[in-house]
Design a binder for this molecule. Structure first.
Ligand code: ATP
Length: 246
């Protein structure tokens, strides 16, 4: 139903190594069909929130100590990483993590492990429609693509399992402005044409606010501000510290 958000994070606390409190009492909501941005500087705790949501904290000795995470109203904080993907929440991690020795198309197929063959061809065509410049490169080795093309493959691979909620960790990282524009346009297209729900973690606040419906700003493990891009854009601190405006 419309009133249940796609994702609701309620008062989570995440600790690494039993001691380092990386996320403190963070709550946020991602309504269905919207782009919600999670902003903040290096080390603010954004990636940790995404890792908590995707259940990949174990590998780093991280743990959700308190709080709950609800996907369409259903608690998922006890679910496995694999189970969460099965429920439709897929993350594109920072640094993209492609299979560097596989081709573009092989990377996409790996992302489609839950799909049957017919759905697979359909999902692949959908990705090539979203990122036309991957079509000519479909048989190229992913490791030799440009950074922007690799990000497109990483997003495409995530889309192959037809998620309900796509979580993106710093998709603009290290990319030239033109290719960032291309990727952010694709993110908007995913919302506008397919109704996909998107949680967008970004350090590039101006880019993220340009496409988001709502945003949260983290500092030192906490959410310190939230609002619509319009409201945040009027805030003097946001303008100075996150948008570089005076
Ligand atoms: P970045 O943009 O650099 O990824 P971030 O806002 O995503 O920054 P996190 O990576 O979530 O921030 O880090 C939040 C805090 O948790 C930081 O103080 C960081 O040093 C700490 N931290 C992150 N990962 C670990 C880990 N595996 N072990 C211990 N501390 C960690």
């Amino acid at each position: 139903t419309a009133s249940v958000p796609m994702l609701a994070i309620r008062n989570i606390q995440v600790v690494y190594g039993g001691a380092i409190e990386a996320v403190r009492d963070v709550s946020l909501e991602v309504p269905s069909g919207r782009i919600v941005a999670l902003l903040g500087s290096n080390g603010a705790g954004k990636s940790t929130v995404l890792k908590a949501v995707s259940a990949v904290l174990d590998a780093e000795d991280g743990k959700i100590e308190k709080g709950s995470i609800l996907l369409q109203g259903r608690p998922i904080e006890q679910a496995s990483a694999h189970g969460i993907v099965g429920l439709g929440l897929v993350q594109v991690p920072e640094g993209r993590r492609l299979f560097a020795t596989l081709t573009v198309e092989e990377n996409l197929v790996v992302g489609a492990h839950l799909q049957d063959r017919r759905n697979l061809a359909e999902a692949r065509d959908y990705v090539f429609g979203l990122f036309p410049r991957l079509v000519d490169k479909r048989h190229q080795i992913a490791g030799y693509l440009s950074g922007g093309e690799q990000q497109m493959v990483a997003i495409g691979r995530a889309l192959m399992s037809r998620p309900r909620l796509l979580a993106l960790d710093e998709p603009s990282l290290g990319l030239a402005p033109l290719v960032v524009s291309e990727i952010f346009e694709a993110i908007q297209t995913l919302r506008d044409r397919s109704g996909l729900t998107i949680l967008l973690v970004e350090q590039n606040a101006s880019r993220a606010l340009a496409i988001a419906d709502y945003a949260y700003i983290m500092e030192n493990g906490r959410v310190v501000l939230d609002g619509t891009p319009e409201a945040l854009g009027r805030n003097a601190d946001v303008r100075e510290f996150y948008l570089g405006l005076s």
